[in-house]
Design a protein around this ligand. Structure first.
Ligand code: XBP
Ligand code: MG
Length: 260
């Protein structure tokens, strides 16, 4: 029996490069629609990514960059409700961007998911993003029935603390009754790595433009992407022998070497 039983995927930056041309643009569209003068450049957004979660990111920006701004709140609506409404509009804009086909999966993601399904590896998602965003991404960039490939999609506000807190990973472990030594996590960011490591999970990082210079100490492997037979991966940290791409056998080997 394989040591590997479950693959747990992060979403944003890992399944697809959703942040710069997806979430960022959706935030800006929601700001403009609400008559706000806020506009997040590619660079500003890179800094704001340190704050996990869209609602939390809006609140942080408001406090740090426009503290005197006071929206006219209808009776009974507090600041949190105003942020939540703005964030709901952002979620619709994000779905619209996905419908336009602007966001595609990163190299190797679909291949690895299909191989995992063929070999009976269980699949899960652990993300800070809202559930609607995850479903929309899977349906548009992977296939309409693909949300059903995942035994569990743990997303957004279902746990009190977002990454880098381990809550979302602990939730998946508990709900699916998993032992960390049988799981491999695929992440793209330092916050995601910290969350997974605190849950004792073996973690593979695939970097992107926003995360490339982050500290990935503790990752089992750091790659530029998962790779394809025709698009070999590059190893940034750790070692991969004789394989141009990350697959189930390699994930299993990682666990065997760590848990011998
Ligand atoms: C990425 C995030 C998310 C998205 C925005 O999380 O930090 O907040 O940027 O999504 P992960 P929402 O990499 O864990 O998926 O606006 O829906 O919060
Ligand atoms: Mg991510």
């Amino acid at each position: 029996m394989l040591q590997l039983q479950t693959l747990i995927f992060d979403v944003d930056g890992t399944l697809a490069e959703t942040e710069r041309d997806g979430h960022r643009v959706a935030f800006n569209r929601s700001f403009s629609q609400a008559g706000l003068e806020w506009e997040w450049s590619v660079e500003t957004y890179g800094q704001l990514l340190e704050v996990a979660g869209g609602k939390e990111r809006i609140q942080f920006f408001w406090q740090q960059h426009d503290p005197d701004f006071a929206p006219t709140l209808p009776t009974g609506l507090n600041q949190q409700a105003w942020i939540a409404a703005l964030h709901r509009a952002k979620t619709s804009h994000y779905a619209q961007l996905l419908q336009e086909g602007r966001i595609t999966l990163r190299p190797g993601v679909k291949r690895l998911l299909l191989e995992a399904r063929e070999t009976g590896i269980r699949l899960a998602i652990a993300t800070t993003s809202a559930l609607d965003n995850v479903i929309a991404l899977l349906e548009t960039a992977l296939s309409p029935e693909s949300p059903g490939w995942f035994e569990m999609i743990a997303a957004g506000d279902i746990v009190p603390a977002k990454k880098p807190a381990p809550d979302i990973y602990l939730h998946v472990l508990q709900q699916m009754q998993l032992e960390p030594r049988h799981c491999v996590v695929i992440e793209d960011s330092q916050a995601g790595l910290q969350a997974a490591l605190q849950a004792q999970l073996t973690t593979v990082i695939t970097t992107n433009d926003y995360t490339r210079s982050q500290d990935f100490t503790g990752a089992a492997l750091v790659l530029d992407h998962l790779g394809e037979p025709t698009l070999p991966l590059t190893v940034i940290q750790g070692s991969v022998t004789h394989s141009p791409y990350f697959d189930v056998a390699l994930a299993n080997k990682l666990l065997e070497s760590l848990h011998d």
